[in-house]
Design a protein around this ligand. Structure first.
Ligand SMILES: Nc1ncnc2c1ncn2[C@@H]1O[C@H](COP(=O)(O)OP(=O)(O)OP(=O)(O)O)[C@@H](O)[C@H]1O
Ligand SMILES: [Mg+2]
Length: 292
């Protein structure tokens, strides 16, 4: 098993504790697979913050996800339980520091569906399905207010952007908009095919405006888009905003404003994690121009 990127990220973010978690990981995997009788364990590649592997349990294909951050694990498991009948992967078991999930098969992601904008229709249908959820326990989740509160702090990014993000946030929060349980990170890699359906994995447990759930998709997949010209991105983002707004019955202007806020938030996260923020800078310029 090779965990190079995972190790590097965990140590950068959590220092000694992160290193300890990485060092103990092989033993933890071993304990879990022995306890549950999991066989044919195969870890996924390109892991960044969590350990994820597939295997067989009682001859059923499953996925094991080991998560360092206990708060994230709690939000993910609560969201999966809430969304279980509306378009998300099934949670089979919640353990101490890990989750066992049904394995989605074939499990290919929405990245392979970008021709002719098929990804946009599939994303829209999934958002629609997830947001039909009613009657979830509000106190189990956090809110977008919490995430967007970082706009009030000082960050090394252009003041005009932070100021604009604050103004937009305050405008929407004063509007008393509809609130739903969001997926919170609904980009291409978190939407996988299961038989003839598409299901969401990796939800974040956050409540807020439905528009937020299209934002991460609009600027993804980052690894394929980050080196594209601004002109190309600008056309792609405009097309995605237009089509999604039309399919969902949303205002294009409002969705653009949410994309701008998401980009500033993601820029701040990059600053916190010490990762490159060139792509966020490019996206912020584009969305800012759309709003002029
Ligand atoms: N239930 C599942 N069925 C099939 N494949 C899965 C399942 N869960 C996760 N995967 C695969 O593992 C990858 C990582 O899973 P996930 O998105 O839950 O973790 P992550 O939090 O994004 O991990 P990281 O932060 O390390 O990238 C997915 O992109 C997908 O390829
Ligand atoms: Mg993911």
């Amino acid at each position: 098993m090779s965990f190079d990127a995972l190790y590097k990220n965990m140590i950068t973010l959590y220092e000694e504790e992160g290193k300890k978690w990485c060092d103990e990981l092989p033993e933890k995997v071993d304990q879990i697979i022995k306890h549950f009788g999991i066989t044919e364990v195969l870890s996924y590649e390109n892991l960044s913050y969590n350990y994820v592997a597939s295997g067989l349990m009682n001859n059923h294909p499953i996925v094991l996800k080991i998560i360092y951050d206990q708060k994230s694990l709690n939000y993910e498991s609560k969201s999966l339980s809430a969304f279980k009948h509306v378009g998300s992967v099934k949670l089979l078991y919640r353990g101490d520091g890990f989750l066992l999930l049904e394995k989605l098969i074939p499990g290919n992601s929405l990245v392979g569906m970008m021709d002719n904008d098929v990804d946009i229709s599939l994303l829209s249908a999934l958002i629609h399905q997830l947001h039909t959820l009613r009657g979830y326990e509000k106190s189990d989740f956090r809110s977008l207010h919490d995430w967007f509160s970082v706009f009030d702090q000082e960050w090394s990014l252009p003041k005009k952007y932070l100021h604009k993000a604050c103004l937009i946030r305050n405008y929407f929060f004063n509007q008393n908009q509809k609130q739903v349980l969001l997926h919170g990170d609904l980009h291409h890699d978190n939407i996988l095919q299961h038989g003839s359906h598409w299901k969401a994995i990796d939800p974040k447990g956050i409540i807020g405006s439905p528009l937020y759930d299209a934002t991460s998709f609009i600027v993804n997949p980052v690894r394929l888009l980050k080196n594209k010209e601004e002109e190309y991105l600008s056309q792609l983002f405009a097309r995605r905003i237009k089509k999604i707004s039309s399919l969902q019955g949303w205002s294009e202007q409002n969705l653009t404003a949410y994309c701008f806020m998401y980009t500033i938030l993601s820029w701040i996260w990059a600053l916190q994690d010490g990762t490159d923020a060139e792509y966020q800078k490019k996206c912020a310029e584009i969305f800012d121009n759309f709003m002029i």
